[in-house]
Design a protein around this ligand. Structure first.
Ligand code: NDP
Ligand code: 2IT
Length: 450
C-alpha cells in the first residue's frame, strides 16, 4: 500500500522551496496560486492524487545557454540565455522574452508559471512559457542589439516553432528586437512562420498587438468599476513605467475620460497634476522608443516635478496601474495607497505587488486585478496574431479591438464566477487563479501521467 499522502499547503510549499532553493520570485508566484487552488480542490481529491499542482509547478523543460556577441569595440561579451517551457497542456508554449540585467532563472520560472494560468484565462489554446537574458539593451547601439539578438536566436531556434513554442516581447524586447530575432530565425530555418508574435505589420504582425496589454489592463479596471456601478470618467490615475504597457494604459485611460498623472522609469517618477494628455504621451513615446531617453526629461520639457529614485504610490489618486516590474508595490506602498483613498489597482506588470500588499488590498476590499487577469490582453492578441499567421491573413483593426474588449470582459466574468465572496466582494485573485487552473488541470487529467 502506498503511504497516505497529506495534502497540505505548507507541506507543498516546503517541498517546492526545497527543490527550488533561493528562487524567491518563483516561490511567491506559486504560493499565490496554490493558496487559492488548495481550498478549491479540497473536495476534489483527483487533482491531488494526480499531483496536478506539483506538476504545473515543475516546468516541462528549461533550456539555458551561452550567448556570445561582439560589441562595437570588438570586445567579446558573454550573456546567459534561457527559455522556460512550463506547460503545454492546452496549446504550444507561449510567452515573452525579457532582456534585463535582473533576469534570473527564478524570475523566468515565476513568469512562465504565471503565464500558464494567464494564457488559460484568455480562452485561447496557448500553453505557458517565458524566456530571456541578463543582457542589458540600455546604452547599446542598434548594431550591438542586432548582434546579440542574432546570437540569442542562433541557439533558441532549435527549441521554438509555430506549433511548439512562440515567444514575444517583454521588458527590453520590443519591435526592434522581435524584428532582429525573426530575421535570424527565418535565415536559420528557411521558414517564414508565426514563430514570434509582436512582429512588424510588414511581416505578419497583428493590428493592436502593441497597444493590447495596456489597453486590456484599463478595460479590466473599467469592467471592475462597472461591476460596482462606477466608471473611469474623471478618475485620477497613477501609472508606473513608461514602456510599452504603461504608454498604452495612459492612452486608453485618457480615451475613457480618466486623468493619468504619473509615469516612471527605473530612475524615478514624474507627477503631472494637469494630466498626461495625448500630445505629452507622444513626447514620451518618442523619448523612450526613438531617443531611448529618461523620464526625467519629461519634467524639464513640461515644467513638472521629478522624484528621483522614488515610485509614484505616495501621490494621492483614485486608481493605480503598476506597469513597470515585479514587486514594485511594497506592503508599505499598498498601505499608503489605501490610506490615500485609492479604490482600485489593475496590474499591467507581472506580479508588481508584494504578497502582503495583496493581502492589504483584499483586506481593504479594493478592486484588485491581479496581473494574470489584468494584463492578459497582450498575450490574447498574440494568440490572435498566431491565428492570423496560420490562416495567412490579417484581420481588420476594428475586429481585433472588439475581440480584445470581449476577451477582457470574459476574463472579468470568469473572475466574478469563481471569486465572489458571500458578501458580494469579488476576490479577483481567487477568481483568476481557480478559473485559470481548471482548464489546464482538466487537460492534464485527460492525458494521464505524462
Ligand atoms: P518595457 O521594457 O517597454 O518598459 C519597462 C518599463 O518599466 C520601463 O519604463 C522601465 O524603466 C521600467 N522598469 C523595468 N524594470 C524596472 C525596475 N527594475 N525598476 C523600475 N522600473 C523598471 O516593458 P513592458 O512595458 O513590455 O513591460 C512592463 C511590465 O509589463 C513587465 O512586468 C512585463 O512583464 C509586463 N507585461 C508586458 C506585456 C507586453 O505585452 N509587453 C504583456 C504582459 C505583461 P527603464 O527604462 O528605466 O528600465
Ligand atoms: O507577460 C506577458 O504576457 C507578455 N510579455 C506577453 C506574452 C506574449 O506571448 O504575447
Amino acid at each position: 500500500m502506498p503511504e497516505t499522502q497529506i495534502y497540505d499547503l505548507d507541506k507543498f510549499m516546503d517541498g517546492l522551496k526545497r527543490r527550488n532553493p533561493n528562487e524567491t520570485e518563483f516561490h511567491q508566484a506559486v504560493y499565490e496560486v496554490a493558496a487559492n487552488v488548495f481550498p478549491y480542490i479540497d473536495d476534489k481529491p483527483i487533482y491531488h492524487e494526480m499531483e496536478i499542482m506539483r506538476r504545473i509547478a515543475e516546468p516541462d523543460r528549461i533550456v539555458v545557454f551561452r550567448v556570445c556577441w561582439e560589441d562595437d569595440n570588438g570586445r567579446i561579451r558573454v550573456n546567459r540565455g534561457y527559455r522556460v517551457q512550463n506547460n503545454n497542456s492546452i496549446g504550444p508554449y507561449k510567452g515573452g522574452i525579457r532582456f534585463h540585467p535582473s533576469v534570473t532563472l527564478s524570475v523566468l520560472k515565476f513568469l512562465a508559471f504565471e503565464q500558464t494560468f494567464k494564457n488559460s484565462l484568455t480562452g485561447l489554446p496557448m500553453g505557458g512559457g517565458k524566456g530571456g537574458s541578463d543582457f542589458n539593451p540600455k546604452g547599446k547601439s542598434d548594431n550591438e542589439v542586432m548582434r546579440f539578438c542574432q546570437s540569442f536566436m542562433t541557439e533558441l531556434h532549435r527549441h521554438v516553432g509555430d506549433d511548439i513554442d512562440v515567444p514575444a516581447g517583454d521588458i527590453g524586447v520590443g519591435a526592434r528586437e522581435i524584428g532582429f530575432m525573426f530575421g535570424q530565425y527565418k535565415r536559420l530555418t528557411n521558414r517564414f512562420s508565426g514563430v514570434l508574435t509582436g512582429k512588424g505589420m510588414e511581416f505578419g504582425g497583428s493590428p493592436i498587438r502593441t497597444e493590447a496589454t495596456g489597453y486590456g489592463a484599463v478595460y479590466f479596471m473599467e469592467n471592475m468599476l462597472k461591476h460596482r456601478g462606477d466608471s473611469l470618467d474623471g478618475k485620477s490615475c497613477l501609472i508606473s513605467g513608461s514602456g510599452n504597457v504603461a504608454t498604452y494604459a495612459v492612452e486608453k485611460i485618457t480615451q475613457l475620460g480618466g486623468k493619468a498623472v504619473t509615469m516612471s522609469d527605473s530612475s524615478g517618477f514624474i507627477h503631472d497634476p494637469a494630466g498626461i494628455d495625448s500630445d505629452k504621451l507622444a513626447y514620451i513615446v518618442d523619448l523612450k522608443t526613438n531617443r531611448r531617453g529618461r523620464i526625467e526629461q519629461y519634467a524639464s520639457e513640461f515644467g513638472v516635478d521629478f522624484y528621483e529614485g522614488q515610485r509614484p504610490w505616495g501621490v494621492p489618486g483614485d486608481v493605480a496601474f503598476p506597469c513597470a516590474t515585479q514587486n514594485e508595490i511594497s506592503t508599505e506602498d499598498a498601505t499608503t495607497l489605501i490610506k490615500n483613498g485609492c479604490q482600485g489597482v489593475s496590474e499591467g506588470a507581472n506580479m508588481p505587488t508584494e504578497q502582503d500588499g495583496i493581502h492589504a488590498f483584499l483586506g481593504a476590499k479594493l478592486l484588485f486585478a491581479p496581473s494574470k487577469a489584468a494584463n492578459a490582453g497582450g498575450v490574447a492578441v498574440s494568440g490572435l496574431e498566431m491565428s492570423q499567421n496560420s490562416a495567412r491573413i490579417t484581420w481588420k483593426e476594428e475586429e481585433l479591438q472588439q475581440l480584445l474588449r470581449d476577451i477582457m470582459s470574459d476574463i472579468h466574468n470568469s473572475c466574478v464566477e469563481y471569486g465572489s465572496d458571500s458578501d458580494g466582494y469579488v476576490d479577483y485573485v481567487k477568481g483568476a487563479n481557480i478559473s485559470g487552473f481548471i482548464k489546464v488541470a482538466d487537460a492534464m487529467l485527460a492525458y494521464g501521467v505524462v
